[in-house]
Structures are given as structure tokens and as C-alpha cells.
Design a protein around this ligand. Structure first.
Ligand code: AMP
Ligand code: MN
Ligand code: MN
Ligand code: MN
Length: 301
């Protein structure tokens, strides 16, 4: 899979249906991390939703990309797949997600970082399992591991186990009561992760020829002051953009994020953060970038 350039995206530049770019979704998950669809099923769904350009951005793994690309080639499916990844980082005690796009999957520096992050995930999962055992759920680790299979193990796998076994009423409650962290407040089975830094994530993505954006900046529960600090730090680390469009975002919030992009000369990305079919959002829905945004794909040349 060669790196793509702006000229590979006529559909995105042309106006279609009155919108400023074609159907694009640059943030999605598969069973290779905590999504519920296989890469193949995700591709089928994307085609049904008339997506022109899709990035698979699983948590700290590149495994889904090849599987999806092979399927696209074998079935001759009319969709452009972008290499992607969502890297967990730690900054000032906050877990910040960095999404990388359009990189060389075989780059050594990026692969090494992924290997380290996988080890951090395994290690953290073991400790989460020990803490949940103390809470009275001795099988949580084995069950979460089984559910993750070969994929990246995440807290979502633990949350699902607690929910399916009836220990909590919803997945959200599993985070609220056991796995989560709200502000400085940590729950019983929260484990401080040993993720890489923002700078390391950006450097690895850049080394592989890709672009790096802050994923869902609105979801970190940061005050305006801290969000600005994060953006300034990200910019100092040579980060490229912000994910300014997510489904279900009030226009005012979109505008605020666009203003940050303009103020700090950052590109803009858009994605659904699709994990599984639900009634509030889906692939490629409500993802048009606002006027004035510099799309992240404009730097792919
Ligand atoms: P991890 O990357 O292992 O920390 O797992 C976090 C994943 O759990 C996120 O990517 C979400 O998909 C999912 N998740 C669902 N609800 C929450 C929540 N309340 N807080 C954090 N993560 C959540
Ligand atoms: Mn997730
Ligand atoms: Mn995320
Ligand atoms: Mn995500």
C-alpha cells in the first residue's frame, strides 16, 4: 500500500451533493482492538454507507489494516483505505489519544512504538485483572483476554465482561465504578498506564511519513485552560491537526475547535470513532468539515 497524495482524492476536492468533500471517515475501530466488527465487515458497512475514504484507527495496533486492504483487493471493492492508528499517550496525568494517518506501516520506529504500547497494554491488563479479582471478579482477566483474542486488549473488554456477567447495568457503569478516572478521582480497578508521550507518538508517526492529530479533543474533560495547554504542547511537538468533527457535536463546539485550528495553524480531521453499530452515530454520518478548515488530507503529498 503506497502512501497517498492529495491527487488521489478527486472526490474529496470536488463538490458532491452540495457538500465540500466526499464521504470520509478517518476514525474507526475493528475487532483488532475494541470494535465489534471484523475489518472485512467494517469495509462492507462502509460501502453500504457510501464511504469513499476510510481509515481504520485501532488502539495501538496496525493489524486491521492489512486484513481490510487484502479484502478490498480480493473483492475489488471501490473504497480507498488509509492506514491509521490511535495511539494512547500520557500527558500531565491525562490520557490523550493521538490518531496517525497515511503512514508506512512497515516503518521500524512506528512498529517499535506499537510493540512497546502492546506490552504496556498487556501489563496493565494483568494489573486491572488483579484489582478486579480483589473486587470479587476472579475471572475478569481471563474473560477479557478471551474477548480481546489476538487484538489489542482495552478497558472496553473488561467493561464488557463486567456488563455481560451482570456485575454492572451498563458498560458506562463499569467505567464509573471500577475502570475509570474522572479528574483526579480514580476507581477501584483503575491502573495508571505507562503509555508513551505525545512527542514519542508524533515522532513515530512522522518517521513513518504520516500525519498526527489529537483525537476527540472535546472528550478529555479538560477545562478551556488545560485544552489550550494541550494544544500548545502538541504544536510544540510538531503535531499536525485536531479532530474537530465528531458525530453528535453541537455547532458551537465545532466552531470552537475550528478556531483553535485557525489560531494555531493546525489541520482538521473528521471521524466517527465507530466501535459498533448504535443509534446515535454511524460510519461517515455528519462528518463534513466546516468551511475554513484545512483538511488533514491536504498535507498528504
Ligand atoms: P483503553 O484504551 O484500554 O483505556 O480503553 C478505553 C476505551 O474504552 C475507549 O477507547 C472507549 O472505546 C471505551 N470507553 C467506553 N466508555 C468509556 C469511558 N467512560 N471512559 C473511557 N473509555 C471508555
Ligand atoms: Mn475504543
Ligand atoms: Mn479515543
Ligand atoms: Mn477511537
Amino acid at each position: 500500500m503506497a502512501l497517498l497524495s492529495t491527487t488521489d482524492f478527486p472526490l474529496l476536492i470536488e463538490k458532491r451533493d452540495g457538500s465540500s468533500h466526499g464521504r470520509i471517515d478517518l476514525h474507526t475501530h475493528t475487532q483488532c482492538s475494541d470494535g465489534s466488527l471484523s475489518p472485512q465487515t467494517l469495509i462492507d458497512r462502509a460501502v453500504n454507507y457510501q464511504i469513499d475514504v476510510l481509515a481504520i484507527t485501532d488502539h495501538d495496533t496496525l493489524a486491521g489494516i492489512d486484513i481490510a486492504q487484502r479484502y478490498i483487493n480480493d473483492q475489488n471493492i471501490p473504497i480507498t483505505l488509509i492506514s491509521g492508528v490511535e495511539i494512547s499517550t500520557i500527558w500531565q496525568g491525562f490520557e490523550i489519544h493521538i490518531v496517525g494517518h497515511n503512514f508506512d506501516k512497515n516503518n521500524d520506529q512506528l512498529r517499535q512504538l506499537i510493540t512497546d504500547q502492546q506490552q504496556a497494554r498487556e501489563q496493565r491488563a494483568i494489573t486491572i485483572g488483579e484489582k478486579l479479582a480483589k473486587c470479587g471478579f476472579p475471572d475478569a482477566y481471563d474473560d477479557a483476554k478471551k474477548s480481546a483474542g489476538e487484538g489489542s486488549i482495552t478497558r472496553a473488554h473488561f467493561a464488557k465482561v463486567l456488563f455481560v456477567q451482570g456485575h454492572v447495568g451498563t458498560m458506562q457503569k463499569a467505567f464509573d465504578q471500577y475502570l475509570g478516572k474522572k479528574g483526579r478521582n480514580t476507581q477501584k480497578a483503575y491502573v495508571k498506564p505507562t503509555w508513551c508521550s505525545i512527542e514519542q507518538a508524533i515522532d513515530a508517526i512522522h518517521a513513518a511519513g504520516g500525519s498526527a492529530v489529537i483525537a476527540h479533543p472535546i472528550r478529555y474533560d479538560l477545562s478551556a485552560k488545560w485544552l489550550r495547554r494541550l494544544i500548545v504542547h502538541f504544536k510544540d511537538c510538531a503535531g499536525d491537526g485536531l479532530e474537530i468533527v465528531l458525530p453528535q457535536m453541537p455547532p458551537q463546539q465545532r466552531q470552537t475547535m475550528l478556531n483553535y485550528c485557525l489560531e494555531y495553524d493546525l489541520h482538521a480531521s473528521t471521524g466517527s470513532d465507530f466501535h459498533h453499530p448504535n443509534k446515535w452515530s454511524d460510519l461517515g454520518k455528519n462528518l463534513i468539515l466546516p468551511n475554513g478548515a484545512k483538511p488533514v488530507w491536504a498535507m498528504w503529498n
